[in-house]
Design a protein around this ligand. Structure first.
Ligand code: PLP
Length: 377
């Protein structure tokens, strides 16, 4: 039998936490209270403590967490928000849903994260916020980003959707700006059994407004200060997330071990490997390698029964949804090159060492194969 290596075995996290999950779900179901109740409050308290901030506000998704935080910051039409050119499109969509304009800034091509040196050149009188993304679980370089924000009076909203547990200079991400948005999409490092999201913040002001924005704009029943949304993290998901939160550090340790194996075993074969700055302790949401021959590497791995994904195949500015920005091909060359060359290898808390070695051998085999082809040519 050929051993297959799945990209990520989401179901395995359920198998490991099964007893606690079953107990949590049964507790909620028999309580008769399914929204905005004690499980959400407890999860908010526990996740705020984990992140090292004062408040956590549960939401229905990561996209809502980003979008509603921009609303709570009173950012809207005619205003600009700086976003990375290289991110999952949700970062951009949140800005668009708030009615503001996205202003993309190119990444550092080693870390794939927002290049702080390029931000200031994009700040105008209309800029209101910067949204750094801790992409692939690698923390963005927050100190210089915060410096630019301070000089220009801008909000900083971290997109931490891929970085549960990652640290920057010894501090957990999620408490490094004015607020941070989280996703609990099932395949994230901390994933629900459905949709979920949250905002963490030290700001009493933002926390109070966010609690209203997620609940029809209402701070007390039947009074509405703003035209809010319905975006709550339900009791079942909150109860499940409390159980899974207790596994998060352990699961992240396992991801880190696999990442270090890859970093060690895939050196000096001409493949671009993740660059980890001295101040970064990544959450290893995905393990991204880079190759000018990405598509043939992917094909070869697929033939070796190793699943891979591309994060992401098309940059946001080249999506049909953003044609209105008139940012054509070639307008954001660093991001475009990244999108042409990156490939994510399998990583996750339940990948065995044997599977990791299978991936390593398949990658090495693919590169040897390509070299011998180019010698023959
Ligand atoms: C997953 C993700 C989101 C959106 O989260 P959802 O819960 O799916 O809405 C936003 N930003 C980034 C970087 C993500 O990876």
């Amino acid at each position: 039998m050929v051993e297959t290596v799945p990209f990520l075995d989401v179901g395995a996290t359920y198998q490991e936490s099964k007893t606690g999950v079953a107990e949590a779900v049964a507790r909620v179901l028999s309580s008769g209270w399914y929204l905005l109740g004690p499980e959400l409050e407890a999860f908010e308290r526990e996740f705020a403590a984990y992140t090292g901030v004062k408040h956590c506000i549960g939401m229905a998704s990561g996209l809502d967490a980003l979008h509603l935080t921009l609303r709570a910051m009173a950012i809207g039409p005619g205003e600009e928000v700086i976003v990375p050119s290289n991110s999952y499109i949700a970062t951009w969509l949140a800005v668009s849903h708030a009615g503001a304009t996205v202003v993309p800034v190119e990444p550092d091509s080693r870390t794939y994260n927002l290049d702080p040196a390029l931000i200031e050149g994009k700040v105008t009188g209309l800029t209101r916020a910067i949204v750094p993304v801790h992409l692939y679980g690698q923390p963005a370089d927050m100190d210089p980003i915060r410096d630019v924000a301070r000089r220009h009076g801008l909000w900083v909203l971290e997109d931490a959707a891929q970085a549960h547990g990652a640290c920057y200079k010894g501090r957990r991400v999620g408490g490094l700006g004015d607020a941070a948005a989280w996703s609990f999409y099932p395949s994230k490092n901390l994933g629900a059994f459905g949709n979920g999201g949250a905002v963490t913040t030290d700001s009493d002001y933002l926390a109070e407004r966010l609690r209203a924005w997620r609940n029809y704009g209402s701070k007390s029943k039947y009074t509405n200060e703003v035209c809010g949304f319905n975006s709550r993290l339900d009791e079942i998901q909150a109860a499940v997330l409390r159980v899974k939160l207790s596994y998060l550090d352990h699961w992240n340790e396992r991801r880190k071990r696999i990442a270090h194996l890859y970093l060690q075993e895939l050196q000096e074969i001409g493949l671009g490997l993740p660059f980890v700055p001295a101040w970064a302790d990544p959450a290893w949401h995905v393990f991204v390698v880079r190759s000018s021959d990405r598509d043939s590497l992917r094909q070869h791995l697929s033939e070796a029964d190793v699943a891979t994904l591309i994060h992401y195949p098309i940059p946001p500015h080249l999506q049909e949804a953003y044609q209105g920005l008139h940012l054509g091909n070639g307008s954001l060359p660093i991001s475009e090159a990244i999108h042409r060359e990156v490939l994510s290898l399998p990583i996750g808390p339940h990948l065995s060492d044997a599977q990791v070695h299978l991936v390593v051998n398949a990658v090495r085999g693919s590169i040897r194969h390509d070299r011998s082809l180019s010698r023959q040519a």
